[in-house]
Design a protein around this ligand. Structure first.
Ligand code: NAP
Length: 288
């Protein structure tokens, strides 16, 4: 620690356009915390560097981990908190009082908080269609289990990866793999469809699922963009209430702050402050 300034940061690749530094810096100012937050590019496969950067940051504050290092981070930490253990992925780390490196997963809670913004959606007993089976899908699948989802249908381009996800997370009781679309609008319906694929990150990507193919009540896209994504706009056009992943990004960041500084240190306006910074980062101003 230098002159009372704590250092926090995001480790991943790519990180150049991450909204995290703006969100956390705004929160630090609002909370009166003397800390910095930087995005640090750590190329995939460079485990030595990941270990070094995690330990350095933890010694002076803490940090977050993003693609492609979340699973490695869960193996690196000395203490794996329950959500990180359950998902096998760590996106938030810090040192405990005994100097041990602790890792947690705040994507699970971030998803649960964010879907609460979909008025009328109750995950308890719901049927959910999950598109994708990567790292983020694991957090969504665990969140669905925790929330009491009755049936989780998972479609992934690479079917074996979805099968592996179900097996490794022990979700056989509620989850199964399905084709896309899993039926037709007359034969398949669900309460919520979640896009956890990376489709939508690039301008000319196909939509993850057509809303004409199935009957769904709500849609949630982990990808985010200005005024939502192509897919959330398509959902709304089809009369399906939808949210993009900006809410999850903000909520998981607030949960990270709680892990680092304690729940009691977070003020009422902190979430709003981080929302505003994230929206500004997307050039949205305070609208929407
Ligand atoms: N909002 C948030 O807070 C938040 C948090 C975490 C992640 N995310 C977003 O969630 C997305 C997934 O992240 P991740 O960590 O899970 O990435 P990942 O582990 O690399 O997984 C990518 C997923 O996308 C699928 N996919 C990629 N290209 C595809 C294509 N052309 N057609 C169909 N499926 C395709 C992959 O299928 P295969 O298995 O067949 O390759 C896999 O299921 C990213 O866009 C990320 O930015 C958002």
């Amino acid at each position: 620690m230098t002159g009372g300034l704590s250092r926090y940061g995001l480790l991943g690749d790519p990180v150049a356009h991450s909204l995290s530094p703006s969100m956390y810096r705004a929160a630090f100012v609002q909370l009166g915390i003397n800390a910095s937050y930087e995005a640090v590019r750590v190329p995939g496969g460079d485990l030595d560097r990941l270990v070094r950067e995690m330990r350095d940051l933890a010694a002076s504050g803490g940090g977050n981990v993003t693609v492609p290092h979340k699973e490695d981070a869960a193996r690196i930490v000395d203490v794996v908190r329950p959500y990180a253990k359950r998902t096998g992925a760590c996106n938030c780390f810090w040192l405990d009082d005994s100097g041990r490196l602790v890792g947690d997963n705040t994507d699970v809670g971030g998803f649960l908080h964010a879907t609460r913004d979909l008025n009328g959606l109750d995950l308890d007993g719901a049927k959910v269609l999950l598109l994708g089976a990567g790292g983020a899908a694991r957090a969504v699948a665990v969140a669905c289990e925790l929330a009491g989802v009755r049936r989780l249908d998972i479609h992934n381009r690479t079917a074996e990866r979805a099968e592996r996800l179900i097996e490794e997370l022990g979700l056989e009781k509620i989850a199964r793999t399905v084709a896309a679309p899993p039926g037709s609008a007359t034969t398949y319906d669900c309460d919520l469809v979640v896009n956890s694929t990376s489709l939508g990150l690039e301008p000319f990507d196909l939509l993850p699922l057509s809303f004409g193919d199935v009957r769904v009540r709500f849609a949630f896209d982990l990808v985010y963009g200005r005024g939502g994504t192509e897919w959330t706009r398509a959902a709304e056009f089809a009369g399906v209430p939808a949210r993009d992943g900006l809410s999850m990004l903000v909520r998981q960041a607030v949960l990270s702050l709680e892990r680092w500084f304690g729940v009691e240190s977070i003020q009422e306006g902190t979430t709003d402050t981080m929302w505003a910074a994230a929206r500004d980062g997307l050039n949205l101003g305070s609208a929407g």
